[in-house]
Structures are given as structure tokens and as C-alpha cells.
Design a protein around this ligand. Structure first.
Ligand SMILES: NC(=O)c1ccc[n+]([C@@H]2O[C@H](COP(=O)([O-])OP(=O)(O)OC[C@H]3O[C@@H](n4cnc5c(N)ncnc54)[C@H](OP(=O)(O)O)[C@@H]3O)[C@@H](O)[C@H]2O)c1
Length: 254
């Protein structure tokens, strides 16, 4: 009898990690998750084994990874908070990768971001670029996926946009709003990640949806979708300046 394949997904009670874990469970795999988050009413509670993440305790992380063939890594922070800086998050990815190697995991599928680069002037994208270097230097074979803007049930960005549009009569658009986004559906990212997990070759792939639209158009689609009467207003912000001047957009690298 063939033994059940085991995968470990970081953050299976979060957003992208949940989609990956759900699809792996549907494929009949045993899935464990590295998370400190409680499952709450998440349907994966009781289906996916929850293992705590303490980056000070790599042996405990290795134990959670023992027997797994693939690690799906979604770990990252959206912004620095207290001692958890982007540099620290990069260091934590190093700890995770070493623990996976120690546990004998054969492959890592790493969720990066479009335009990740160690030379990016934007700390989020720079950190993601440095994390990619760690993955590339790993003893495991690797697949690096670079999603654009991920949307789907439970996403933060579009849900925050919708929340704001429901609450306020005006919606601030940084600058012209003419910069581009290329949203990708979370279930498509998950399918791509799982397909990448099956291979053995090292690869780096973009993960982007079929439509490229301006940020302004995307906000207007949400306005229409939720029937909001909020009006977009253009404001100048540092975010928009960096986006415009560095040409860092949430579309795949062409
Ligand atoms: N959302 C997007 O539009 C987008 C676009 C491109 C790339 N990405 C990338 O996709 C990945 C998943 O992001 P997501 O949007 O799905 O967000 P998410 O659900 O919040 O996932 C973030 C991951 O980081 C972990 N994490 C965050 N803070 C942590 C902390 N303090 N200690 C331990 N673990 C922590 C989460 O674990 P817990 O769930 O256990 O907290 C989870 O595994 C990230 O690498 C992100 O850079 C996202």
C-alpha cells in the first residue's frame, strides 16, 4: 500500500496558506501547518495538524516537518512591528529552510511576490528578494512563485477597500490611480503552487491573473460590485511617489 504523502503549509488558517492546504487535503494528502494562529471556525480545524512556530526553537520546527516531502512556505510579514522587522523575517525564513533541510524535506514551494529584488528600494520587496536568495541556496529543490495581488475570500487588500467604500463618502486614491494591478485568484495561486510542488526542477514563476487594470479601475469595480456611493478622490502620498518613480507595480515582471 502506498503511504499517504505529507506536506507542511505555513499559515493554513490564514489566506493563501488556507487555499493551498484545502487543495492538498482534497488531493488526499496529510497536511500539517506551522502556525501560532488558532483555527477558530476554519473548516480545516481538526483536518490539518497544527504545529507551533517558534523561530527560537528550530528543532521543534524540524520535528513538525519530519516525514514531509514538501514545504509550502507563505511566511512573511506585511509591515514591521516591534522587533519583527523585514530583516528578522528574512532571518526566520533562513531558520525555517534549515529546519526543513534537517528534517529531510525534499522540496520547498515558496510564495514570494512580483518584483521581489534584493536591490529594491521598497523594504517589503527587498526582503522578499533576500528571502528568495535563501530559497535558491537551499539544499532542497525549490519552486518560487511570484504572485501579483492575490484576491479571494478573506483577502486583506480588497476587503479593506470594500470596507472603506461602505463606510466613507470619499475613497482616497494615491496619485493618479493610473498604475497597474494584475490581480490573481487565490485558488489559482494555490493550484499553481501544488503543481510546482510536484516537480523536481528548480523554478521561478510569475503568478498573475489574466486581466491588467489600473488601480482606479479596480476600485471602481469594487464600488460597482458592492453598490457603494463613495467617490474616489486623488491624494498625493509617498506610496504613490515610490510606485511611480520606481515603476514597482503589482503586475508581473515582463
Ligand atoms: N495577499 C497578497 O496580495 C499577496 C501578493 C503577493 C504575495 N503575497 C505573499 O503571499 C504570502 C501569504 O500572504 P497572505 O496574503 O496569504 O497573508 P497571510 O495569510 O497573513 O499569510 C502570511 C504568512 O506569514 C505568517 N506570519 C505572519 N506574521 C507572523 C508572525 N508574526 N509570526 C509567525 N508567522 C507569521 C502567517 O502565519 P499565521 O497564519 O500562522 O499567522 C502566514 O503563514 C506572503 O508571503 C506574501 O508576501 C501576498
Amino acid at each position: 500500500m502506498q503511504s499517504q504523502e505529507v506536506s507542511v503549509v505555513t499559515g493554513a488558517f490564514g489566506f493563501t496558506g488556507a487555499a493551498i492546504a484545502r487543495q492538498l487535503v482534497d488531493l488526499g494528502q496529510e497536511v500539517r501547518t506551522l502556525t501560532n494562529r488558532l483555527p477558530g471556525s476554519n473548516p480545516l480545524a481538526g483536518v490539518v495538524r497544527r504545529c507551533p512556530v517558534d523561530f527560537q526553537n528550530p528543532d521543534q520546527i524540524a520535528e513538525a516537518l519530519h516525514g514531509a516531502s514538501t514545504l509550502y512556505n507563505t511566511y512573511w510579514i506585511r509591515f514591521p512591528r516591534g522587533p519583527l522587522t523585514f530583516d528578522k523575517a528574512v532571518e526566520n525564513i533562513g531558520i525555517l529552510v534549515k529546519a526543513a533541510e534537517q528534517a529531510g524535506v525534499a522540496r520547498v514551494v515558496h510564495i514570494s511576490v512580483s518584483n521581489a529584488s534584493p536591490s529594491s528600494p521598497l523594504p517589503y520587496f527587498r526582503g522578499k528578494g533576500l528571502a528568495e536568495e535563501i530559497i535558491r541556496g537551499s539544499l532542497m529543490s525549490h519552486a518560487i512563485l511570484r504572485p501579483t495581488l492575490i484576491f479571494g475570500t478573506g483577502d486583506i487588500l480588497l476587503n479593506n477597500v470594500a470596507w472603506f467604500l461602505r463606510k466613507f463618502p470619499f475613497f482616497p486614491i494615491p496619485g493618479t490611480g493610473n498604475y497597474h494591478v494584475q490581480p490573481v485568484y487565490v485558488e489559482d495561486v494555490a493550484s499553481q503552487a501544488i503543481a510546482a510542488g510536484k516537480g523536481q526542477a528548480n523554478l521561478v514563476a510569475e503568478s498573475a491573473g489574466p486581466d491588467i487594470l489600473t488601480y482606479q479601475d479596480m476600485v471602481e469595480l469594487v464600488i460597482k460590485g458592492i453598490g457603494s456611493h463613495s467617490k474616489p478622490v486623488h491624494v498625493q502620498t509617498a506610496f504613490e511617489c515610490s510606485i511611480a518613480s520606481e515603476k514597482i507595480t503589482l503586475i508581473k515582471k515582463i
